[in-house]
Every structure is written in C-alpha cells, then in structure tokens.
Design a protein around this ligand. Structure first.
Ligand SMILES: [Zn+2]
Length: 326
C-alpha cells in the first residue's frame, strides 16, 4: 500500500479511484481503454530548441488528425505523448487534436537531458534540483504556459552510460516533483543498463519507489540482467519501438518478461511520430501494434487477459497519479 492509500485507510475512508491527467483534464484511469504508452503526435526533435513548439498549424492538423483518427478506428483510445519541452511540446495543439479525434492524450513536464543536453534550457544547468522541481510543480498546479493544460507525467531524458551531473540532477528533480505531485517519471533511457539502475538508486535516495519509474525504450537493452533487476524492483518496462522489423525482438522480450512473472509491468508502443520536424521528415507510424503485433502475440499463446494487461490495465496503472514511496 502506498502512503496515500495508507493514510486514507487509516482515516477510515475509501481511497478515491485512481486518475490520469489528460490535456482535457483528469479522467478515471479505468476509463482510458486501449493505450499507446509512448508516442509523439508531433515533434521538432532534431531542430534547434524551442518552447513552446512552433508549427505550421494547418499542415500539422491536416497530417495528424486523419492519421490519429485511423489509429482510433483500429481500437486506440488513449495516446501518451512523449514530446518534451524544448523539442516541440505544444499542449494547445494536443488538446485540439484530442477534441477533433476523441482520443485521450497526455502531455508532460520535465527536461530532456539526452542528445547531449541540447534540449536542456540554460537555467536548468545553473539551478538546483529543488529550483527545477519548483518549475515543474508550477506546471502541474497551474498548467503549462498559461494554457491551463496540466501535464500527466514527467518526461526526462538521460544520455547513455553513467549519469552525468546534469542528468543526475534532472532525476533528483523528478523525484522531488513526484513526491509532491504523484506524477509518474518516464525516462528516455534506452540501452543504458548502467544508467537505469543508477536512476533507481537516485530515486531511492529520495524515498521514491521503482514503481513510479518507467524505463522508456527498454526494448533497446542488450543484456537482460539489468532488465530483470529493474523489473524485479517493480519498475515499468516500456517496449516502445514497435515496427514490423523490430517485432521479433519485442516478442522475445515480452516472452522473457512473462517467464519472469513480470507481464503486469510491461507497456507496448511504437515511439511513432505523425509529424516529424515540422513535417519535413517521413512520419513514423503507430499502428503496427494493431495490424501486426496483436495477431503475433495471440499466435504466440498470449491470452486475452495478458493482452489486456499490456494494452489497457498496465498503462492505466503506470500513468495514474499516485505517490509511490519506499
Ligand atoms: Zn519517444
């Protein structure tokens, strides 16, 4: 039981139903339905830093809305958008797309320290973890940049290898923010096993439990020991680079996690992008899960219930607002 549930139980009350914060406001986690746990409706990744993201809006909407509708028609009802501040986050456009498609969409707060800190704003290089956390908490309380749209999770990025001082500070700031807000901490970590375990130890030093942490791009991990260690500790494992070429590896990892009894902690997604770099790069689809991977999972003997965990129940728990302490 987490501290909040304990306090509520101790007070003799009933715990309120878990909630998720979407760009159109909080919804019950149980209402999310089929969720893609890590995608990008659009981004300016690879372009110079900018916040908020600036786009040719008619071109963006003309590309993204019909595609997002087609994914909704395949059975998707919620998309977690990982486009971070300074590489194209634009909550107002996400809300517009949510209204036009009926999809639930989550946006984020936090800073992306991968890609050699090029998307970390200058102030964050100077400020303490507490000062950075205060900025993110302000977005959580008041909404992002006057839009009134609140983030549903923390999106952090770290470079490969041992945590740099800046990346370590960002993880500390995320821990401090989590303790005050209950926002889940999704970290672009990729193949860096070393950093994954180091992040968990930084979180622990702040009293934050691994179940608050989502290992983004865990599908890129090369060895399995850190994946097992993170899963055994209670972390969320995001297998999010799905496309027809990567499916065999995703299936292998899903089987492995099932064998370890950790399927309840696995998230599936594409890391797709329906409008890359202002529409100047080819889009990356986020439909393979529906068209190819679900049939493959069924063929491989994954039960209806297990598939529901991966696509509905797990993302609803991972992205619920809840303070997880040791
Ligand atoms: Zn991504």
């Amino acid at each position: 039981m987490d501290r909040r549930s304990f306090l509520i139980a101790a007070a003799g009350g009933l715990a309120p139903a878990p909630q998720v914060i979407t760009v159109r406001g909080p919804v019950a986690a149980s209402a999310l339905g089929f969720t893609l746990a890590h995608e990008h409706l659009f981004s300016n990744f690879g372009e110079p830093p900018q916040e908020p993201g600036r786009y040719e809006e008619p071109a963006l909407l003309a590309a993204v809305v019909p595609y997002a509708r087609s994914v909704r028609d395949l059975g998707c009802s919620t998309i977690v958008d990982g486009t971070a501040a300074f590489f194209g986050r634009q909550p107002r456009l996400l809300r517009r797309i949510s209204e036009l498609t009926g999809l639930n969409i989550l946006t984020n707060t936090g800073y992306y320290g991968a890609a050699n800190d090029q998307y970390v704003p200058a102030h964050a290089l100077q400020e303490s973890a507490d000062q950075i956390s205060a900025r993110w908490l302000a977005e959580f309380r008041d909404g992002i940049a006057g839009t009134g749209i609140r983030p549903g999770f923390l999106k952090i990025g770290v470079d490969p290898g041992p945590l740099s001082p800046t990346d370590r500070k960002l993880i500390s700031a995320a821990a401090l923010t989590h303790l005050q807000s209950g926002l889940p901490i999704a970290v672009h970590t990729g193949e860096s096993s070393e950093s994954a375990l180091e992040q968990l130890s930084v979180l622990k030093s702040h009293g934050v439990a691994p179940k608050a942490w989502i290992w983004i791009h865990a599908n890129k991990v090369t060895g399995l020991s850190s994946l097992k260690a993170a899963a055994d500790a209670g972390a969320w494992i995001s297998l999010d680079g799905l496309d027809p070429d990567t499916m065999p590896r995703h299936l292998e990892l899903a089987r492995q996690l099932k064998e370890w009894g950790r399927l309840r902690q696995v998230l599936l997604s594409h890391d797709g992008n329906s409008f890359r770099a202002g529409g100047r790069r080819p889009m990356r689809p986020y439909s393979t899960l529906f068209t190819h991977f679900l049939p493959l999972l069924r063929q491989a003997g994954f039960s209806k219930e297990e598939i529901r965990w991966l696509t509905v129940d797990n993302p609803a728990s991972a992205y619920s607002i809840s303070v997880s302490i040791f």
